[in-house]
Write a protein that binds this ligand. Structure first.
Ligand code: ARG
Ligand code: ZN
Length: 882
């Protein structure tokens, strides 16, 4: 959409002269400035002459005045980096158009016209990977959010829906397969030239357009919908990747079935295509009938993909498929509403994965992601509500807040309504808004009406940023327990005053004395402070609160180590069990890292943790998948978040120290566990859990007995018949200074040379490793022949891992910060969207001890001073320095 802060003409367009931004200050786009587009584009005909270095695009638009918008005598067509060849109106060449920045302003005098525009683009030169680009000899597109304007001039905003007919032609040898949205209508071939015509009957916004042309093969399947319609499914890949596509196809079938059963949603075309592309900025894209995927979320087999990779593929395939309803049939009015489709679709894919993979473990993993990625965002300089009020570059708002917190917010509605009523709410939403470009407000109203909830105050979750803090105090009064809950939503940039939000907390009251548990309750905290009373289950009440992580908040409470150990060992809610153990570990580690634990307290803390973890290691009733989660100590970045301007080196030391102590104290339990898990064959019962536990055991051993760990890990590596075991073993070896390390790293490289996704793992393992020289390894890897800034997966495999390695990235001399700033500056001209993803790591400067803070801020300032920054980098850096 083209909304700016500068004065606007009646058609909602920026005034020409004074709207032109200085190159250093990209304009701010505001939600409150939304205006409907003055023209309806009922039909869009596109004609492509495909070539890797030059593609010609002719677009014919059938346009008519939009009676619901302010009248306008011009049409604004967005463009970006296009070579304009000609403009016709009603069949006649016209020259009365003008440019406003990158946009074309076309005068139109009547109520209805045919507009025809010819452009030329160079897909090979498109290193941003937005619009039409070349990847490994094929052509493909990425249009969300504003990539379509890099293909042709068009009202590139999500509220302009049009029916597309697309014809493409090109070399039959280069492009034997030609795909687009909807259905193939006709194809032909003559004298080495192939053509294909596609038609998509569903009106859609330009960001859902997709085109793929290349030498691809497909794994084909079918799905019969709930109404008996047969749908053809294809997973398109390069020929050599075909053997690794079965899991993706199976995941797609499961997703289609699940969405029918769980949300009543049926697929609406006769064809569903997925294409895997190795150069891709994001995970995947839900283009209508033609999803385009990062190869990382398609290709898998036992030898090259881990169990976690399998799960991620299943989850992303589901996510993009679910968008067909939550995103495509109902799309967003403007990009401020992004969470309307993303938050809801993430919730849908999470619920799906819970059903496929097990509810407890999946929930723990999702909460871990939220805490690792979203909580820091919410408490840092880039904090924004799930429905932001302004942006400079929309690509910067594809965030954990929009996606993951967005999902949590909708999950809370579901918790308050219950699944059945919630379903009535979503049914109403799909009915009411099918075919529309809707808003978050439309969604909330539909849930309110359909599920019978009052969400008046709840809407604050959409407008306020920041993670609420809930303080819990308990007191026994007679034979009841009085709980006093209070909340505070912290100030965030631009939002100093906050109001209390409704916080649904699932809770139960246990008795530590007799082990009894009261019924689960739902306390909805709506005020700043409120009391609740519940019957006691027996003496020594212990409260299990925010069970299942029913609200995305931080809980603060004074609770004894004994109570936490009790919850960790015996809470009936698996998430609460995990949480209690985390809390126990966090309390201990934060105290140790801050240096305010006496030796005696430290020993007592270690003792409590060893008891609690020992119980987990030997609990026969636990399945290993859950055991593996419980064995995971809170990450250094999570601990960092709990402290006031900490020194990351001390957190690292405290955590590694605890691992060593636990590894030593529980050595025999760990070894017994390892031996049992090692005996489980690849496809045996509970094998996935067993694999997870084995590598967890190795990480403790690495801290307590490195020589033994090296031997065990090398053994696990050598006899591995799957990537989970092999990668886990190599991860541990990477962190050790031992001869086994070099040999296995070399073996891994040679074994998988040529398999980009596995070589990505090879980069990541070294960049993430606990090895004291990790930073030197990263420098060397950046010069490796296989490293390139042109491939986002490769860039992330090295530098995202590096930025997530506290010991290396936070090197006390600031070298890590310099390296990341250099990367950002070098990558920005090539691929600003991917470059911008690295800025938040430096943006944490206000939260770290002063010496490092200075150095981080210095690097941000160095970036800010460099000329010619992209909008993406400009916005992220400016906000990080504010
Ligand atoms: N809609 C896609 C998804 O979440 C992501 C597209 C991201 N595009 C972007 N420009 N950041 O499934
Ligand atoms: Zn999405």
């Amino acid at each position: 959409m083209d909304i700016v802060t500068t004065p606007t003409t009646p058609d909602g367009n920026p005034e020409l002269a004074d709207a032109a931004p200085t190159p250093h200050e990209p304009p701010v786009i505001r939600r409150e400035d939304y205006k409907p587009y003055p023209w309806i584009v009922s039909e869009t005909h596109l004609d492509f002459d495909l070539g890797l270095d030059a593609t010609r695009v002719v677009s014919k638009l059938t346009v008519a005045r939009n009676a619901k918008a302010d009248p306008a005598d011009t049409m604004r067509l967005n463009g970006d980096g296009l070579e304009l060849l000609s403009v016709k109106v009603d069949g006649e060449v016209v020259n009365n158009w003008r440019m406003d920045g990158d946009d074309l302003i076309l005068p139109l005098s009547s109520d209805a016209h045919e507009v025809e525009i010819a452009t030329e683009i160079d897909p090979s030169a498109n290193t941003q990977l937005m619009g039409l680009y070349a990847s490994g000899g094929m052509l493909c597109t990425q249009c969300e959010a504003e990539g379509f304007r890099r293909i042709t001039f068009f009202p590139d905003r999500p509220d302009v829906l049009s029916v597309y007919t697309v014809k493409m032609r090109g070399s039959a040898e280069q492009f034997p397969v030609m795909l687009c949205n909807g259905n193939e209508v006709a194809t032909g071939e003559e004298e080495g030239e192939r053509w294909a015509e596609w038609h998509d009957p569903w009106p859609k916004p330009s960001y859902l357009f997709a085109l793929v042309a290349g030498d691809l093969v497909s794994n084909r399947g079918t799905f019969t919908t709930m109404n008996g319609r047969e749908v053809e499914l294809n997973i398109w890949v390069r020929e050599e990747d075909l053997p690794r596509t079965d899991h993706a196809l199976e995941s797609l079938r499961k997703s289609m079935k699940w969405d029918e059963e769980t949300f009543g949603r049926e697929y609406d075309l006769d064809l569903f295509n997925i294409v895997a592309v190795s150069d891709f900025n994001m995970g995947a894209m839900e283009n209508k009938g033609l999803n385009v995927f990062n190869t990382k979320y398609v290709l898998a087999d036992q030898e090259t993909a881990t169990d976690a990779d399998y799960d991620a593929i299943e989850g992303v395939i589901a996510h993009e498929y679910f968008h067909n309803w939550s995103g495509n049939r109902i799309t967003c009015r403007d990009w401020f509403q992004l969470s309307l489709k993303e938050g809801f679709t993430v919730l849908r894919d999470q619920l799906f994965s819970q059903d496929m993979q097990g509810e407890a473990v999946k929930r723990i993993e999702d909460v871990r992601i939220l805490r690792a990625a979203q909580f820091p965002e919410d408490s840092g300089p880039l904090a924004h509500p799930i429905r932001p009020d302004s942006y400079r570059e929309i690509s910067n708002f594809y965030t954990a807040t929009i996606y993951n917190k967005g999902a949590e917010v909708i999950r809370m509605m579901r918790t308050m309504a219950g699944p059945e009523k919630f379903r009535e709410g979503t049914d109403l939403y799909f009915d009411r808004h099918d075919g529309e470009a809707a808003t978050c407000e439309d969604f909330v109203s539909a849930i309110e009406d359909g599920a019978g909830l009052d969400l008046k105050q709840f809407r604050l979750w959409y407008s306020q940023a920041g993670t609420p803090r809930v303080t819990v105090a308990q007191e026994v009064v007679g034979d009841g327990l009085k709980l006093t809950l209070s909340q505070e939503v912290p100030a965030t940039p631009g939002q100093s005053e906050k109001k209390p939000v409704p916080i649904p907390l699932r809770l139960a009251v246990h008795s530590r004395a007799n082990g009894a548990t009261g019924p689960e309750q739902l306390a909805v905290l709506t005020e700043a402070e409120q009391t609740f009373e519940y019957p006691l289950a027996g003496p020594d009440p212990v409260v299990s609160i925010n069970r299942g992580f029913s609200a995305p908040v931080r809980i603060k409470r004074d609770v004894s180590q004994d109570d936490l150990a009790f919850l960790a060992a015996s809470d009936d809610d698996p998430f609460a069990r995990y949480e209690a153990l985390q809390e126990l570990a966090v309390g201990h580690l934060v105290a140790v890292a801050s240096g305010d634990r006496s030796d005696a307290d430290r020993a007592a803390g270690e003792d409590a943790l060893a008891k609690a973890l020992g119980a987990i290691l030997t609990d026969d009733a636990l399945d290993d998948a859950m055991r593996g989660e419980l064995m995971t100590l809170p990450s250094e970045s999570y601990l960092f978040e709990q402290m006031d301007r900490p020194d990351p080196a001390r957190i690292h030391e405290a955590r590694e120290g605890l691992k060593a102590t636990l590894g030593t104290t529980l050595a025999s339990e760990f070894h017994a566990l390892y031996d049992r898990c090692e005996a489980v064959p690849f496809d045996g019962e509970g094998a996935r859990g067993a694999r997870k536990v084995k590598t967890q055991v190795l990480t403790y051993a690495a801290a307590s007995d490195p020589a033994k760990a090296a031997e065990l890990a090398a053994h696990q590596y050598d006899k591995a018949d799957n990537m989970t075991d092999r990668q886990g073993a190599l991860m541990v070896l990477c962190g050790l200074e031992c001869p086994e390390r070099t040999a296995r790293l070399l073996d891994f490289y040679n074994r998988y040379k040529g398999n980009a996704l596995v070589i990505d793992k090879w980069f990541t393992l070294q960049a993430l490793s606990l090895h004291p020289q990790a930073i030197e390894h990263v420098k060397a890897l950046a010069k490796h022949d296989d490293f390139t800034l042109r491939n986002p997966n490769r860039v992330r495999s090295l530098y995202m891992a590096f930025a997530g390695n506290p010991q290396a990235f936070h090197a006390a001399d600031g070298e890590g910060y310099r390296m990341l700033a250099d990367l950002i500056l070098e990558l920005d001209p090539i691929n600003p969207q991917t470059a911008a993803r690295f800025v938040p790591s430096l943006g944490k400067w206000r939260k770290i001890e002063e010496g490092r803070a200075e150095k981080m801020r210095g690097e941000l300032e160095r970036i800010a001073k460099a000329g010619n920054l992209s909008r993406d980098i400009y916005e992220q850096v400016a906000r990080s320095l504010e």
